[in-house]
Every structure is written in C-alpha cells, then in structure tokens.
Write a protein that binds this ligand. Sequence first.
Ligand code: HEM
Length: 523
Amino acid sequence: MATVPESEPVYYDPYKVEIRTDPYPTYKRLRDEAPLYYNPEYDFYAVSRFADVEQGLRDATTYSSARGDILEIIKSNAQFPRGIFIMEDPPRHTVHRSVVSKVFTPKKMNALEPKIREFCARCLDPLVGAGHFDFVRDLGAQMPMRVIGMLLGIPDQDLTVVRERADASLRTEAGKPMVITERNFDGAGFEEYVKWRATHPSDDLMTELLNTEFTDETGTVRKLDLEEILAIVNIIAGAGNETTNRLIGWTGKVLAENPAVRREIAADRTLIPHAIEEILRFEPPGPQVARYVNHDTELYGKKIPQGTAMVFLVASANRDERRYRDADRFDIHRDTRAHAVFGFGIHTCLGAALARVEGRVALDEILNRFPEWEVDYDNAVLSSTSSVRGWDTLPTFTSPGARPARPRSDAATVAKPSEPAATAPQPIEGKWTVTIKGPTGPMATTLTLERVGDAITGTQEGQGQSSAIRDARLEGDKLVWVNEVAKPMKLRLEFSAVIAGRSMSGKVKAGFMGSYPFTGVKE
Ligand code: HEM
C-alpha cells in the first residue's frame, strides 16, 4: 500500500510513484484526516471530498482556469494563445466554448457510432485468433485519434502524418507538459490543414469553426481567427485522445479483474452504458484538475490565500463514501449517481458524450471478438502524472491458458534491428526527431548527435531553446544522454533509449515529474 503509516500525518504528493500507482488509500486518508490539504513542498492546496470538489469546480470566480487547469502549468506562469478555452475564464471562455459546443452535442456524437464501430473493427479484426490483444496499443491509441481525425476532416491516409506532426506541438489532454511553453498549445501541426480547409469546405468541424460567426467578448461580430482555430483544434485533438485511450485501458483491466461481471455484460449488452459509467467512476482517466486561487477564500476554517493553486482530486471524490455506498467496490448495478470524472461547472468536459459513445462501442466490439481475457501483467505498463492516470500498454491473453510467449513491453516497442545492425555499432550520428509522450501530450525535439571516437556529443532543441547534451553513452543498442533544460523551469532530463536502425524508443526521467516514454526517428 502506498500511504504513509497511519501514525504519521497524511502526505500527498502527486508525483510520488508509490502513491500514483495506488492513490486510493492516500485519498481516503485525505478525505478523513485532511479534507483541506496543503503540500508545502510544491505549494498547493487539495480537496478530496466529493462535495468540495463539486462546489469548487463550480466556483469559477474564486478558482480561475486562466493560468491553466494543471498544477505545473499554473506554476509555470506561461502565456497561452487565445482559444485554449480550457485555460480561459469568462467572458472569453464563454465565447469560445459556445462556438465549439454547437458541434459537440450528444446527438451529433451519437450519430458517429457507426463510424466508431468501423474504426474498432479495423483495429480488432486482424487480431482475432492471435491469442493476445493490447487494449491500449491495439485499440485505445488508434480509435479515438481516428474519430478526432474524422471530426476535424483530416483525410484518413494523412492521419499518421498529422499525428506525428501534432506530436511536435500538441497537447493530448488536460495534463502538464514536461517543459511548458506556448508551443505546446499553438496547434502548429494543423496550420496547413486549416488553411487548406478554408478553400475546400466540407461538413466537418474545421469547416464549421472557419465559418461560424459569433459575438466576441468586446461585442464584435466576427469569425474565429487562425490563432483561435488552431488553439481550439489543438485542444480538441489533445483532450479527445489520451483520456479515451485511458478509459479503454481501464476497461480492459477492471473487467479482467471482475470476470463474472464481464460475462454478465457479454450476455446482456444493455448493461454496457452502466458498466462504462462505473469504470469511469472507479478508475478515472483524469484523476485531478487544478485552479489558480483568484482571491483569498476559506475552507474548513482555514484561509486559502490568493495566488496559490488548488487541486481538485476528482478520483478521490469518486470514491467518497460520503456519496457512494461501498465506494471502493466495483458495481455496475449501483444507483447511477453523477460522478466527478468530467468535471463540473463551466468547464465540464465538452467531449463527455463522445467519450461515452467511444467507450461503449469499444467494449461492445471487444466483447464481440474477445469474450474472455486476462491481463499480461508482466508486460503491462501503468503511467501516471498529476493529470492523467492509466495504462501505456495493457496486453492481454484472449485465449486464457494459451499464454503465448511475447516479448517484454519495453523491447516490444522497438522495431527489430536488422541482423548486422544488432551487433555492429549503431550509426547514430545525424539528426533525430525525438518525440516525448509527456503528460500533456507529445512534444517533439530535434536531437543532433556527433561522434568523435568513442565520445558522443550533440545538442537537443525544442520548446524554443537549444542545449548541449551531456553524459551521452552508447552500449550495444542502448543510448543514454542527459539534457538539462532551463526554461520555463529547470529540469534534468535523463534519456535512455534502445536504438533499432533509424528508430529509437525508451524512457526519459524528467526530474521530479516522473518518467515518460519517447520515440525517435532519424532523418
Ligand atoms: C474519458 C474521457 C474524458 C475524460 C475523463 C475527460 C475529462 C475532462 C475534464 C475533467 C474536463 C474539465 C477540465 C477542467 O475543469 O479544467 C474536461 C474538459 C474538456 N474536455 Fe474532456 N474528457 C474526456 C474526453 C474528452 C473528449 C473525447 C473530448 C473531445 C473530443 C474532450 C474535450 C474536452 C474539452 C474541449 C474540454 C474543455 C471544456 C471547457 O474548458 O469548457 N474530452 N474533460
């Protein structure tokens, strides 16, 4: 268990791996012992009870989103382009949200169901009979991106290219970037598409965003400008991806651990909507959101000073025994009471209807092909940040008992090197695009490597800065290096990769913020 001993005061650290792995015992102690918690190390307050989370998120006057909704973003003091409405307060937020909400109606989202089924079939059909299936890599990472691509009107054949380009500047869901700058939010990867769509209208969201007239906060009737459209497209592509991906991963994990429930759902598909709601309550993909405290306020008799950050522990609220009977039990038959997973108030998730339909269809289509599965825990990888929690990979055996030999997940991510390259020194010199899957989404950097004898030197550029890398070493196919970044916060990034020809993949340890996977491609 990840809590500090009961005799010591409860300690909550959103970055601590032991707590992130199983945060629920700590959440319970927070709810019982410190419903208003203060963390001096990172200087934030946190509330953990359902009533406090709901009330606080509804109070956009006291708790502002204008500096971001993730702790690290709030602390970074970065400025963001207009249109990132998840990080705006009224009146600007009201204007931007209303433009987008016209296309995100539950009716429109439910109409996407046949397409979502088709995307699921495309991902799942090739795996039938294989004996194994990865909930995240084979479906979660694929289907939501295709749905967003369709909504935005990005041609199918270009999706991968766009995703890679978006990796350079995109945010994937409410979260915090490892290095936070405006570039994470500028939607530059979509610029070409937006411009193309302006001259090639279609019936997609991008066209609607280009053409919709609205009255802005100054009373001017106008259309969105390019900066706003790019920001909006960026936030939708980001928010719509990683969270639903995590939901699909949790579906695999929770139903594997509750096989009787899974069989019950397989036999009666009308239970699927309830099951998805309960999975969302039980294991929320986004465990917390944060706010900037606009003015002094008070809770539980204690002052919360203006200028600090407040973290709303959504995942804890969802397990609050003050609201749910037997809150730690997974029960798809419990009375449906709204959970906190999509937030509250003016920023309530705009994609909730889409996430729900994606989750429902995914489960239905999985059960159609794989009624039974067991998680391959030896190879499953759980990752967690202060904003997103879920599986990076969740391989399962779909023919229990067969348990085919599979490579370990860390090795499995890397394409097999060609035979000679496996033994010969890797030709690593040159330019690499290294894309880090940070907590707020993919970020691209350019790594330039040089080799003089055994020494490896080079630079890494990204987020508007360039720095010399240090301590680079190549042992066999393993490359490690360190990049110390200074902006917007000082962070030591320790990279460790496996090289396979012109590609690499591995993990980067980002100081106190934890570890994140990355991939690299050589030009
Ligand atoms: C299970 C999946 C999802 C979860 C758990 C989730 C969670 C959330 C939460 C908690 C918020 C509120 C953030 C805050 O108060 O600061 C939010 C906002 C938002 N979400 Fe989602 N989301 C999911 C899926 C999606 C999808 C599929 C889309 C769109 C394609 C989407 C688009 C948005 C947008 C645009 C906002 C900003 C709304 C605003 O600020 O007015 N989300 N989401």
